[in-house]
Design a protein around this ligand. Structure first.
Ligand SMILES: NC(=O)c1ccc[n+]([C@@H]2O[C@H](COP(=O)([O-])OP(=O)(O)OC[C@H]3O[C@@H](n4cnc5c(N)ncnc54)[C@H](O)[C@@H]3O)[C@@H](O)[C@H]2O)c1
Length: 349
């Protein structure tokens, strides 16, 4: 059956990354005509990019003048997913964050602002940049939640200022830009230690879900900061990919949509489920709360994306975790090779 992305020409910035590589694979399955991946491999591995004659890979920054000059006006869709991963790396090196998380967005928009063929540019925004910072009962964060000027990290600042630029370029230049605000994505393809050392152990322990799964499979204690009472909205990567495509197909230019499950899960619940699924009996390790992190409890509202895009997350947490545990087991060699790259710079947790 013909679909919107069949035969289309698509640019994916950050296409070697966790979400990007899942998107590229999905688009290939939809018979995309050609996919151009631009990625400097700062937080990803070359092997993530599918070997397929329809995929062209340019290694380098999407803020590079040379690479930007080589982009022709022949893309139907652009998915702008590149980022300086993640909060802690950005705290360690705000200038690197600015270069790879914000300048990238501005320079890409400046380059493509007069492109005629482009149907949609979809940007990966971050729910953490708008969520209320609370440890009380969380309310679902809607798309039009007020935005504070009080951010926990340069990463969050770059993500939200990126949104400001998208709206500006839509309003002033007619760029058909849609913002997709992700909650916490997890799933196959997120490789601990992928890419280059970015100054802190968060280079390896990128996110809570892959970290917990790896440690649980190794029979190690799962570290819980602040008793694991903080909560997040965990969305399976395949759902995020479907949400990105829904934004590309149905999103209104200039507008913003949450890609969320709408389910609040505490980190303690996540740890217990992962320990159960992996049969890990090591006791939980309770640690003090991270001093930079005030984000507390949060989850995203799903109403608008359901109403306007017809998007709902389909993979429940338990099922998604089972699939991620399987993938991690199957890719343990690759993951350990990537962790090992940084071994001489890591201090034990
Ligand atoms: N994973 C999540 O939970 C989550 C949550 C909210 C938002 N997001 C957003 O989703 C997008 C994808 O995140 P991810 O989890 O796949 O992270 P990731 O680190 O796996 O992917 C980001 C990719 O961008 C690349 N990159 C970095 N600087 C670049 C540059 N200057 N030019 C080109 N490529 C560059 C990295 O090498 C990497 O491949 C990001 O924009 C991120 O901010 C992710």
């Amino acid at each position: 059956m013909q679909n919107e992305f069949a035969e289309k020409t698509i640019l994916v910035t950050g296409g070697a990354g966790f979400v990007g590589s899942n998107l590229v694979r999905y688009l290939l399955g939809l018979e995309a005509g050609s996919i151009h991946v631009v990625d400097n491999l700062l937080s990803s591995e070359r092997d993530n990019i599918p070997a397929d004659p329809r995929v062209r890979f340019t290694q380098g920054s999407i803020a590079s003048d040379r690479i930007l000059a080589e982009l022709d006006d022949d893309y139907d869709y652009i998915f702008h997913l590149s980022t300086y991963h993640g909060n802690q790396s950005s705290i360690h090196n705000p200038l690197a964050d600015h270069e790879n998380n914000l300048l990238t967005t501005l320079k890409l928009l400046e380059r493509i602002k007069d492109f005629k063929r482009l149907k949609k540019l979809v940007y990966s925004g971050a729910g953490c940049a708008v969520a209320e910072k609370t440890y009380d009962d969380a309310q679902a964060t809607p798309e039009d939640a007020p935005i504070s000027v009080n951010f926990d990290s340069p990463y969050s600042i770059s993500k939200i200022v990126g949104e400001f630029y998208l709206v500006y370029y839509h309003n002033h230049h007619g760029v058909p830009a849609v913002r997709a605000r992700f909650q916490n994505v997890y799933g196959p393809g997120e490789i601990l230690g992928a890419g280059e050392w970015r100054g802190t152990p968060a280079t390896v322990w990128r996110n809570v879900t892959p970290t917990f799964i790896y440690k649980a499979l190794k029979g190690q204690s799962l570290p819980l900061e602040g008793e694991g009472l903080t909560s997040r909205d965990f969305v399976f990567v395949e759902d995020i990919v479907r949400g990105l495509l829904a934004c590309a197909e149905k999103g209104a230019p200039g507008d913003v949509y949450n890609l969320a499950s709408g389910v609040e899960t505490t980190i303690r619940q996540l740890a217990d489920t992962i320990n159960e699924l992996t049969g890990n009996s090591a006791p939980l390790l309770f640690l003090p709360r991270r001093d930079w992190d005030h984000s507390g409890r949060r989850f995203g509202s799903t109403e608008k994306s359901k109403r306007e895009l017809g998007f709902t997350a389909q993979v429940g947490l338990r099922q998604g975790l089972e699939r991620t545990v399987d993938w991690t087991r199957q890719n343990l060699d690759l993951i350990e090779r990537c962790i090992q790259k940084h071994a001489d710079r890591m201090t034990p947790l």
